[in-house]
Ligand binder design. Sequence first.
Ligand SMILES: *Cc1c(COP(=O)(O)O)cnc(C)c1O
Length: 812
Amino acid sequence: MLNIDKETFKSDYIQKFIEIHGKDLEEGTDYNKYEALASLIRDYVAKMWIDTNKRYKENKSKQVYYFSMEFLLGRLLGSNLLNLGINDLCREGLNELGIDLTKLEYLEEDQGLGNGGLGRLAACFLDSMASLGISGHGCGIRYKHGFFNQKIINFSQVEVPDDWLKRGNLWEIKKSDKARIVKFGGEVKVEYIDGNLKFHHVNYEKVQAVPYDMPIVGYKNNVVNTLRLWSAEPLSNEFDFSSFNRGDFKKAMEYKDSVEAISQVLYPDDSFYEGKLLRLKQEYFFVSAGIQSIIHHFKSTGGNIKELDEKIAIHMNDTHPTLAVPELMRILVDEEGIGWDNAWRMTNNIMSYTNHTILAEALEKWPVDMFKKLLPRIFMIIQEIDRRFCEGLRNKYPGQWDKINKMQIINGGFVKMANLAIVGSHSVNGVAKLHTEILKKQEMSDFYYCYPNKFNNKTNGITHRRWLMIANPQLTELLKKTIGDSFITHPTDMINFQKFAKDSGVQEELKRIKNRNKKKLADYIYKVQGIRVDEESMFDVQVKRLHAYKRQTLNCIRIMDLYNRLLDNPNLDIVPRTFIFAGKSAPGYYLAKDIITLINTVANKINNDNRVNKKIKVVFMENYRVSLAETIIPAADLSEQISTTTKEASGTSNMKFMMNGAVTIATLDGANVEIRDEVGDDNIVIFGLTEREVLNYYKNGGYNSQKLINNDDRIKKIINSLIDGTYSKDTNKFKSIYQNLVTYNDEFFVIKDFYSYLEAQKKVDDLYRNTSRWQEMCAVNIAHSGIFSSDRTIKEYATGIWGSKCMYENLQ
Ligand SMILES: *Cc1c(COP(=O)(O)O)cnc(C)c1O
């Protein structure tokens, strides 16, 4: 914990301001003031960072490296102040200088280097690893452009590049001296030396990987871990840029562009894979640089390479970093001269893998021709891994060719990344109980029967420091006041709040806090979208990536149905609601983009219809991202977690909402099941098909959406309104959605679950009308949310997978 007093902080701050801006504080813009504060905080962190690294070196503690294509950090000023323990001190100190800290915090750009849940999970994990004193570091890509910014123009999504670095990134430190070379293309020459095969990679293109390090500050424990993000930069000696020869100059520029392209932009697809060459380059680029730097660091600090697997663990967040397996083999075998069997044993001990989805369209596989050409040596290594693996399979399953083909790593002209990740790791985990069970008995059953001990569950979590303490300071205060502050370091202590669930004073206080957060959100909505919403209405919220399986369509058609009912009966007795949506669609995912257009179109119609807009309003908030989530979630009354059962691996926004005292309406999917188990059926509203029913339909058929629609006038009316001019004169506008539900038999059971969903919503209305009952539910949800802190998740990873120690307990 940083030991400074307010006066020291104030004078440090003024000093810093003058130093970096060369003018007085009074002459500075707000952004200047933000810059000075962030720079000062970085200085404060720097010493702790050096000390942490020294300690890790002296203790020779096992180092964990979390490899991820995405880190969705959001803003860092607030979390760094909180974790350093100087939040209040800074706020007061700045206040005395006439500066509003909150205002400065809002000036920071989100670090949007991720798509959604997977990238946010990586960010929560970094926070928990540091806060638990685990020597765990992140490794990823420093994209010049993160996830695009979303604008809604004419009711539709328009993508604008995210230029998050335009004013610099005050948290990073470029480490040019730690750059690595990553090799692409070329050929492999094989040579026999003393009876051993030697492999020489020649004629390759060199790409320089330059690391930018960011400090990851632990909560009041003097720990600062490192997030290392790699940037692709041309090597100045590869081409002579000063050459006057036009041909060379053109070639040099081409080389420069092709190198910089590697870390230029994050692919904006979530749970979807595109077999693009550039993506494969990105994947190998950061993995190769990361592993080279880990081994270099290990050796330079006196480590014996034969003990590497006792001293490091590498975790793969989904299959995107799977090339870490053959890359580590390449370095151990080709560069360190270790025999294959030993190298393989060590690699297996080091690597572990998290599966994030069972959607078929998300499974990465690379065409062999593309792969071989880009990464010739890595391809050979994968072939050898596959050859040995299949040899084992043939002994184990003689004659069972179908099974063996399915498990093979290189098969049907593709390199299958999940197969390689499973074979190369000692641990494979799913992200919620239900998801892990489905992996074991369906999607990966062959591998499960082959290696039952590799498979395990680690239910996702969220850092309560950001999602409760920063996002909802007033609720945090109420918890401190009622149950003390032990929940901050032991989040499961939040269970002590349960005994206040029926306390009328606490219930009123909960309501007051929610209302304040709702007012803040309502003001924000008015400011940025010009829509006035009723602060007294129920805030009914669905915020997440746009995806057919997440079923924003189901939410939208019940609003269309409610609108119809209100027009039929203006006195319809319902609880007034504000329906809030936010979420980005992948730019090439046309159905999802059409759903955004539909929601905005419906919103426009309802909000401008005086017959209904006192009772219901619909808001689609632009540009969903971490900082917006922090504003929306604490203001939600109702959390919509309505994915088709079996499709959402875990979900994490479900956890953020419950921690902030929202009630959940949900299918029994992903971690919703565990939330239900925690809070009990009385404190969550469940609807929809069960896992067994869904799996049965997928396996045996028997669902016919057209028949359901044709036999039901109420549903027919809504579905027809998509194409009959009710919402758009252009009757083709929502035809894709119509066809999806009608012609293509509603793959995600939107129609099938419709009435079950309406019934659940009716139940929500009834519960909400009973204020005391509702507040009790909110309190119970808060009390049971501690188990979904990522601190719990990370302890499970540390003890169950990485074999690393937490320093946390003895630091208390
Ligand atoms: C938590 C979070 C997500 C994940 O939301 P789900 O509803 O679990 O899919 C996505 N994006 C952002 C910005 C988040 O904070």
